[in-house]
Ligand binder design. Structure first.
Ligand SMILES: O=C[C@H](O)[C@@H](O)CC(=O)C(=O)O
Ligand SMILES: [Zn+2]
Length: 280
């Protein structure tokens, strides 16, 4: 059965000048990513990134997108990144099963036909965050464990932004056509991600915020640097950041996030840094 998705059309900075809070949420926020026993997908026309959650319980799940993408099978012309943020599970790729504990990831190359997602315990399901981008070359499928990544430690506790950036899908770890994906963990007492802020006109990005208590909120900021707006996010919600927008957030307590980018290049450092005096 074809997997449904929610479509988000592209938005330019002029569109959002008069957006109400509700309209901002409708155009940029994915409110529920992990639904027990289901595949939940979102399709943004910003660089045609697909992002969502696969939460298997008592049976295996797969992503079926043939008719809606106009292809024979999901990854005919796409690549896929996966990171498990839930209980232990496994991924079965072309019949070969690999265990996936929390923080295990995968790069799955174009032309992979059969991918199934499974949880060890239906009461503590795996939560596979998945991001797919258009791809035109086959690169090898690689399992990625957080323990094998040397994080980039950045920020400072004085400015409340000390954090470790784990680059999962990055040229240091594996090849990809355009997908870049990683996991950022804030140090205790730090609450700002991606501050100082940046844009990257050449790439869009999506963020998934998670590992939050029920009452914790992240104030996520978006918009052109001199016209920022915010949305309030709770646990396991995701947000689209167009290439022209900053993307930064501050939490009321602990949180973690996964970022995923695609566009013209895979040069992680290719950012347009915003000076503090230019933020409005
Ligand atoms: O373009 C790069 C992305 O925004 C993230 O990698 C930023 C991030 O993890 C952070 O600064 O906390
Ligand atoms: Zn960024």
């Amino acid at each position: 059965m074809e997997t449904a998705y929610k479509t988000y059309y592209s938005q330019g900075p002029k569109n959002i000048v008069h957006h109400s809070t509700e309209e901002l949420r409708e155009d940029f926020l994915a409110e529920e990513i992990f639904t027990a026993g289901k595949v939940v997908l979102n399709y943004t026309h910003h660089d045609r990134q697909i992002f969502g959650g696969v939460t298997p319980t008592d049976k295996e799940l797969e992503i079926v997108l043939n008719k809606s993408l106009g292809v024979e099978y999901f990854l005919e012309r796409r690549e896929l990144g996966v990171i498990n943020i839930g209980g232990p599970g496994s991924i079965i790729i072309e019949g070969k099963e690999e265990p996936m504990v929390k923080q295990d990831g995968y790069y799955i190359g174009k032309e992979t036909k059969d991918i199934r997602f499974k949880s060890d315990d239906a009461n503590n399901p795996a939560k596979f965050y998945v991001v797919s981008t258009p791809a035109h070359k086959v690169y090898p499928t690689v399992k990625i464990a957080i323990a094998n990544i040397t994080p980039k430690v950045t920020g400072d506790s004085k400015t409340l932004n000390k954090r470790s950036i784990y680059q999962y899908i990055h040229p240091n770890v594996c090849e990809s056509c355009q997908l870049q994906m990683g996991y950022t963990i804030l140090s205790e007492g730090s609450s700002w991600n991606t501050m100082p802020a940046h844009t990257h006109e050449r790439r869009m990005e999506t963020y998934l915020y998670f590992d939050m208590e029920a009452d914790t909120r992240v104030f996520h900021f978006m918009g052109e640097p001199d016209a920022t707006k915010h949305l309030v996010l709770s646990n396991e919600q995701a947000i689209i950041s167009p290439s022209w927008s900053i993307h930064t957030g501050v939490g009321t307590s602990d949180y973690t996030f996964i970022w995923a980018m695609c566009g013209e290049n895979i040069t992680y450092e290719d950012m347009d840094h915003v000076a503090m005096q230019d933020l409005k």
